[in-house]
Design a protein around this ligand. Sequence first.
Ligand code: SF4
Ligand code: FES
Length: 334
Amino acid sequence: MSDKVKVTIDGIAVEVAPGTTILNAARQIGGDIVPPAMCYYSKLEGSGGKCRTCLVKVSKGSENDPRPMPKLVASCRTTVMDGMEVENITSPEVVEARKGVVEMLLINHPLDCPVCDQAGECSLQDLGFEHGAAQTRYEFDRRTFERIDIGDKIQLHMNRCILCYRCTYVADQLTDGRCHGVIGRGDHAEISTYIEKAVDNDYSGNMIDVCPVGALTDKTFRFKNRVWFTKPVDAHRDCPTCSGKVTLWYKGEEVIRVTARKDQYNEVEEFICNTCRFDKKSTSDWVIEGPTAIRHDSVISSNHYETLKPLPVIQKNEKLIEANLEQFQKTQKD
Ligand code: SF4
Ligand code: FES
């Protein structure tokens, strides 16, 4: 008997291990049908379930119980069942709901991309570009906060935070003490450093890499450049603390930033230590491996950068989209 379960996502079938989430099953298929994820992070235990950007429709629960799930579900938190059928980009209802989620996330997020260091690498910017509306329906003032230094190398700009909790999981799981968390609830919720207590653990800089927006930024890089004017290069060093595998971001001959290497889902491949990130900014500190592969649709590729990763195969099921659209329009009329 097979120890795998079969799930169909947007008409594409895949067999995965029991207990796999819909999101990870979709990642095994790859391409356009993978739901966006602003809070889930495969390397951080317990992450997910906060932002709702990964919503999908389960049109068939399982082989044994084919009833559809009554509401859209968070794909990062819902595990697959054998025979399950899921709709993501083929469901107009999901696309509509995702628009709503983006609108919600942008209620308090300032549209300051022109001055934000995360511009060009921001998941919310990408999501807003795909699903955002040109205008807001929100009539109240956005929440504003003073900037806070978390130690001498990291700055928290809470105005931009979408409360995905990723940085708090980093603080919990990679650092020794819990001096960084979420306090308050609802509109009052905010990331706190508990009276600006510095996070001085060797791995605290990873909070910057996991932040999907520009709320946590590297003070050694702030306002130095726009990411699309830089040239990323893979490099490594023999580091006693971490793997030492990083991306160096060059402006001319100068290394202006060091980050962990990121995969196609914008997640770090391996967490790096603060010494590699903040203290090793000379080319002589590193063994250069070569230019970092960049996705074709990344803004960094606009800098005529040579090594471009081919885009994942576009797997759209036009017939399914059409059928679901008809069904959706009918339910809207009823
Ligand atoms: S500061 Fe960034 S990583 Fe932390 S909760 Fe806010 S958005 Fe998420
Ligand atoms: S990625 Fe699933 S809820 Fe945020």
